[in-house]
Design a protein around this ligand. Structure first.
Ligand code: UDP
Length: 332
């Protein structure tokens, strides 16, 4: 297949590009580099710096050779920032994302894999979470993703779009060459590893008074390589006009913030100083996925789900690229 990967210079997008290339698919990456890093794009992919909100940029790609399918990772994804700047989030994640769909359809491209999120569930009543749980996002970020899922459904109905929306839980880990390099970094595992390296004085636990066994928040961590594999299965399964599916993606096990820090201490052999701070606004206490549906329907199964593997791979990457991408050691 020849695939367009929008947001392929970002963390999850670039890992997926790497996998697609390893499976001998042809890949064009479109990324405006507002969050992504050009050195993260594997050299065998064709890189196009541009915007999914620009029909001109998109047409240039679609006219330059037949594209069989599109994977869309090109969203803004910071919950807190989305509360401060909802216009930015709805414009990028919904309006610009619609331009992408419209230009696709106009060029006869109908296969689409979308990066959705567990944030569409808001604060769920229980775990594990199945796809039929109530959809009550508690941020503009989650709402923008849900709005886009709804748009996809109607596009499938009217235009025969075939799509899979993957609702990610907590993604972590790395490949040999691609890892997490966000600015600002807000995610637990990279922050814990920064503390392990001494790049920050300590990790702050956001609240230890949650209704969980050790009082800290519980999340379902999935290895980015397992997530990339799900994208490949998803696109390969798209065959019939209008067909559409939504799947949760996690490892099916929950770990608390304290458990993550403890495993990180074992994996890194470092002390990792900790401070306890207040809760972060909007953080649910427990989010654990049921990924049964994608296991049953697409045969997906996490291969790298052990926490030691997820944190160990992230640690290797952080040691290899202590300053992230774009610096002297990052030339992948
Ligand atoms: N967390 C924390 N300290 C940090 C960052 C995160 O205690 O510096 C907690 C957060 O409250 C949540 C978990 O770690 O319970 C995972 O947070 P992350 O931001 O990685 O992902 P989220 O679940 O918010 O998507």
């Amino acid at each position: 297949m020849k695939l367009l990967v929008v947001g392929g210079a970002g963390y999850i997008g670039a890992v997926t590009v790497e996998l697609l290339l390893a499976q001998n698919h042809e890949v064009v990456v479109l990324d405006n580099l507002c969050r992504g890093h050009e050195p993260a794009v594997p050299s065998k992919a064709k890189f196009f710096k541009g915007d999914m909100g620009s029909a001109e940029d998109l047409n240039e790609i679609f006219k330059s050779g037949k594209i069989d399918a599109v994977m869309h990772f090109g969203a803004l994804s910071l919950v807190g920032q989305s509360v401060e700047q909802p216009a930015l989030y709805f414009r990028n994640n919904v309006t610009h994302g619609m331009t992408l769909l419209d230009v696709m359809i106009a060029n006869g491209v109908k296969k689409f894999v979308f990066s959705s999120t567990a944030s569409v569930y808001g604060e769920p009543h229980s775990s594990p979470i199945t796809e039929d749980f109530p959809l009550i996002p508690s941020s503009p970020y989650g709402d923008s993703k849900l709005a886009y899922e709804k748009i996809l459904k109607w596009y499938a109905n009217a235009y025969g779009l075939m799509y899979t929306a993957l609702r990610y839980f907590n993604v972590a880990g790395a490949t040999e060459t691609i890892g997490e390099d966000h600015e600002p970094e807000t995610h637990l595992i990279p922050l814990v590893l920064q503390a392990a390296r001494g790049a920050r004085p300590h990790i702050t636990i956001f609240g230890d008074d949650y209704p969980t066994p050790d009082g800290t928040g519980i999340r379902d961590y999935i290895h980015v390589k397992d997530l990339a594999a799900a994208h490949l299965l998803a696109v390969e399964a798209l065959k019939t006009p209008g067909q559409n599916s939504i799947y949760n993606l996690g490892s099916g096990k929950g770990f608390s913030v304290k458990e993550i820090i403890e495993v990180a201490r074992q994996v890194t052999g470092k002390a990792i100083p900790v401070e306890v701070g207040p809760r972060r606004a909007g953080d649910p206490s427990i989010l654990i996925a049921s990924s049964q549906k994608i296991q049953d329907e697409l045969g997906w199964a996490p291969k790298y789900g052990a926490l030691e593997t997820i944190i160990g791979d992230a640690w290797k990457w952080h040691q290899k690229y202590p300053n992230g991408y774009g610096r002297e050691q990052a030339n992948v």
